[in-house]
Design a binder for this molecule. Structure first.
Ligand SMILES: *Cc1c(COP(=O)(O)O)cnc(C)c1O
Length: 226
């Protein structure tokens, strides 16, 4: 079941890439396995998934030792500062950096462990009250501070688009984030790249790919409803 659905999502990604004139290798599928039991993750692994996304630190901590070591774990959920020490060194990328204070905490923990941490800044493009993340106009100031952190490296941006019936409604959101990332990228800021655009979920990942996503985070479409 999981394997078939994973295959379906992979196929849809390839087709979206073809439509957009992009190479499928440019897009990484993150299998969002939050709340799902280890055997389902094993099935996705057998189907070829190597990037898994979790929104709780405890779930990464619990699942990681039970699964193959070549899995790349992505922290995609709101991260509390007091949990940062548990995820540094475990997650390959923290997508959900939504405040300067959180970035500072990550720097502190990374320095303590003498390691480097790759992050994305989460952007609340549609300015939804219920969502975390920087507003677009706040992102550049945040970047100009975080760029000087020696152990933290900004690799791009992430957004969670609004929940909509028709994914076309989110096209503008994705377009806006893409254009913003291009503008920042042109500034060639030290210690900052805009190589990663993490956007698109089960309902809208194909539109996100057409608008430039390099990582899509798909849960329900692979593992079923939560
Ligand atoms: C749960 C979650 C997803 C996946 O959502 P689906 O609609 O199930 O694909 C993606 N991104 C984040 C940040 C999530 O919390």
């Amino acid at each position: 079941m999981v394997k078939e659905q994973l295959r379906e999502v992979q196929k849809n990604i390839e087709q979206a890439c073809i439509r957009a004139g992009r190479k499928p290798e440019e897009v990484t599928l993150i299998a969002v396995s939050k709340t799902k039991p280890v055997p389902m993750l094993e099935e996705a692994y057998e189907g070829g998934a190597r990037d898994f996304g979790e929104n709780k630190v405890q779930e990464i901590v619990a699942k990681k030792p039970q699964l193959p070591e070549d899995i790349r774990w992505h922290m995609i959920g709101h991260l509390q500062r007091n949990k940062v020490h548990q995820v540094v060194g475990k997650a390959v990328l923290i997508h959900s950096v939504d405040s300067l204070r959180l970035a500072e905490q990550i720097e502190t923990e990374a320095a303590k462990k003498d390691t480097d941490v790759d992050i994305l800044l989460e952007v609340n493009v549609a300015r939804e009250e219920s969502k975390y993340g920087f507003f677009l106009e706040e992102v550049e100031d945040a970047i100009m501070t975080i760029k000087d952190f020696p152990h933290v490296h900004i690799k791009g941006l992430m957004t969670i688009a609004p929940f909509v019936e028709n994914p076309e409604e989110n096209r503008e959101v994705f377009k806006k984030l893409y254009e913003f990332a291009v503008d920042i990228g042109k500034k060639n800021i030290d210690n900052v790249t805009m190589a990663v655009l993490s956007m698109g979920m089960t309902g809208d990942y194909e539109v996100a790919i057409e608008e430039g996503a390099t990582m899509v985070r798909v849960g329900t479409g692979i593992f079923g409803a939560r």
